[in-house]
Design a protein. Sequence first.
Length: 283
Amino acid sequence: MLGPIDLHTHSSVSDGTETPSQLVRAAVTAGLGAIAITDHDSTAGWTEAFGAASGTGLTVVPGMELSTQVGWRSVHLLAYLFDPENSGLVTETARIRESRLRRAEHIVERISADYDLTWDDVLAQSGEGSTLGRPHIADALVARGHVPNRSAAFESILHPRAGYFEPHYAPDPLKAVELVVAAGGVPVLAHPGTRGRDAVIPEDRLAVLVRAGLFGLEIDHRENTTSGRTRLTELAAKFDLATTGSSDYHGDGKPNRLAENSTAPEVYERLIARGTGSRPYTG
Ligand code: AMP
Ligand code: ZN
Ligand code: FE
Ligand code: FE
């Protein structure tokens, strides 16, 4: 592997601003060795990403970022190299996407009582069949001129405290890990040390996930706090978990740049060896 390895990126199949082809081209231009395409609750970008990588030398690792929750808190699980046709995962992700859609409609309904915003505005910001989320509502609010950019929307109108928010359905992290493992995939907890999320995975809960087949923790991620990283590093050593680093690139949707954090080649090799449901594609 010649360039950096970035195992967490989003395309317009979820809430990234670039199509899978544009994402792959951006990775090639940035000199990356491998990226994982990890759209929220969807594998719909895999085929296009593989096609775009053809002839470039870039490796594309098929993946997804699964939405899960513990109580009202959202927990993200990265999943790699699973079988995209596994019925358990297909059913669960369809259920999550459907709930995301209804939830987005409700949020827009509430916002539209106070701001000039329609459901069509939101649809205009999302690709056909893409996993809908607050980022698309944010983009619609930007297009209407209510906020200057996506991040500002998250800090104001879309913030849970603003009163328009509602959660969507998501499985427990244990169920998600079990589904990924059953589909031949490799599960890694995404940014588990962000502000406010530190309390979500206490040691005993993590132990349960490890027993179910959790492979690693995404420690080098810009949203993990310094104290969070320290704690995660201790936990990774204690449970013999792999540690990854990645950008969580969303195109122009977030300030995160490709390969601003990356994963060590040894960890990457172990991850590739562990997955049995699908293979990485080297173009
Ligand atoms: P949702 O899952 O619909 O509640 O929306 C939260 C998601 O928005 C998270 O996965 C974030 O990664 C994503 N997101 C994308 N762009 C931004 C941004 N500029 N600020 C905050 N979150 C963002
Ligand atoms: Zn996202
Ligand atoms: Fe995430
Ligand atoms: Fe992400």
